[in-house]
Design a protein around this ligand. Structure first.
Ligand code: AMP
Length: 440
């Protein structure tokens, strides 16, 4: 379906064209007409589905006819600064040929940012994209012009609740006029999201685009290791493979810092990103990574959702993520758009149960990769045993058979360099791109 068929304004169609969009994505096909018709919406859609434009386009289109001067006309609440910046950039592109104004309002940055935000909020900006804490700081000062607000969007709502923003969201809403159109987007639909929806939405249409499964084209492999083998194994994988753009996730800031330091010492082109960095530093690192000047980025889950970076070839879960959704989000950073991707997860003894729970959520075991000989014995993959013993392990294990849930192990040969230093088998990913348990 083309965007013209939605009957959008010509100036908006120009922006869509300039953004390089030709046809609407499935979420856009479903959501745009409903928003244009004035419905409240609850949609489960993950990043990468085109959900941002699905709500921005109809809002911009409607505001072209109904915007009220000197007011905030639409408010988009998001969990992180990065997502706020990304949506603002997307909006800038789409609205480029229109007169719609916008601003991203988020924490961090220096005092001049706050002053700019204050000016925009007190004069009115058509679309405001904000993180909850920062918006409340402005609201408490009393100058934000919200009386004319027509649209409220909650994006990545599940993430916001996970981050403890429920009270903040409700407080922001208490400042809004009751008559407005409400749109809620969430990657998952746990009960707490449904409860939130009941409080905020008015007779919403429900849309389900995403099932929380990783795209089949991602080659997933797990390395069953002892904790102490993780750093040497990362280094070996990075040295012996030919990935150009690599994102490594750690669960804790401490691990991010430690691993980055180790990789720097080994002369890898690597930087870290986590919430201890200033906003400007975070943006600079992201820019370097996006433009591929930086090859390896080590991150906390701050980057697992909502961040749109194309062409990441490899995602490494240095720590097993806390739940299946985080796993899907993390590995979903690779294999965006038309490209394939590879996702490796390092599973220590303590993490076997957690990983097994994720495999159950995915509906099939992740094939186990063989840890190269030089690393010595590796633990057996035996989640039930590690549950009983708290990961006591014991005894070494090599090669096949031990992995109860999937049998064979897999050597990531498809990414090992050949003698010319080139990628030996391109990006097909030996073992096929399926996430099933058919180990290669
Ligand atoms: P999102 O799910 O909103 O994060 O979008 C993922 C990526 O898809 C972003 O880079 C968007 O700019 C891009 N995108 C959104 N809609 C379309 C479309 N209809 N055609 C091509 N790319 C799109």
């Amino acid at each position: 379906m083309t965007f013209k068929e939605f009957g959008l304004n010509e100036s908006l169609l120009e922006g869509i064209d300039a953004s390089g969009y030709e046809n609407a994505t499935p979420v856009q096909e479903q959501v745009i007409p409903l928003i244009l018709a004035g419905k409240d919406i609850i949609a489960s859609a993950q990043t990468g589905t085109g959900k941002t434009a699905a709500f921005l386009l109809p809002i911009i289109n409607k505001l072209l006819a109904s915007r009220i001067d000197d007011q905030v006309n639409a408010l988009v609440i998001v969990p992180t600064r990065e997502l706020a910046v990304q949506i603002a950039q997307n909006l800038e592109g789409l609205a480029y040929f229109t007169e719609i104004s916008s601003i991203a309002v988020y924490g961090g940055g220096d005092g001049s940012n706050f002053t700019n935000e204050k000016q925009a909020l007190s004069r009115g900006a058509d679309i405001v994209i904000c993180t909850p804490g920062r918006m409340i700081a402005h609201l408490n000062m009393g100058y934000v012009r919200l009386q004319g607000l027509q649209y409220l969007v909650l994006d990545e709502a599940d993430r916001m609740l996970d981050m403890g923003f429920y009270d903040d969201i409700m407080k922001i809403i208490s400042f809004l006029p009751p008559k407005r159109q409400n749109l809620l987007f969430s990657a998952t639909m746990p009960v707490k999201i449904r409860d939130l929806a009941k409080k905020i939405l008015h007779e919403p249409e429900e849309i389900n685009i995403a099932i929380s499964k990783p795209p089949a084209k991602i080659v997933q492999r797990a390395f069953i290791v002892y904790d102490a083998q993780k750093i040497p194994l990362v280094k070996d994988l990075l040295k012996s493979t030919n990935f150009k753009s690599i994102l490594i996730f750690c669960s804790k800031k401490h691990n991010v810092k430690q691993l980055t330091m180790d990789l720097k010492r080994a002369r890898f082109n690597v930087k870290e990103i986590h919430s201890d960095l200033e906003q400007a530093e975070r943006e600079e690192v992201l820019l370097e990574f996006r433009s591929r000047r930086l090859q390896i980025l080590v991150a906390t889950d701050i980057l697992s959702r909502g961040i749109d970076i194309d062409n990441i070839d490899l995602v490494v879960n240095y720590d097993v993520p806390n739940d299946g959704e985080d796993y899907v989000h993390r590995i979903g950073r690779t294999a965006r758009a038309e490209t394939d991707g590879v996702a490796y997860t390092f599973v220590s003894e303590k993490e076997q149960n957690k990983f097994n729970t994720i495999e159950q959520l995915l509906g099939s075991p992740v094939p186990k990769a063989e840890v190269p000989e030089q690393f010595g014995p590796t633990p057996e993959y035996n989640p039930r045993k590690s549950r009983r013993t708290g990961g006591g392990g014991g005894g070494g294990h090599r090669q096949g058979g031990g992995g109860k849930s999937n049998g064979k192990r897999f050597q990531p040969q498809h990414q090992r360099r050949n003698n010319n230093g080139q990628n030996s088998a391109g990006r097909q990913g030996g073992g096929g791109g399926r996430s099933s348990g058919q180990a290669g």
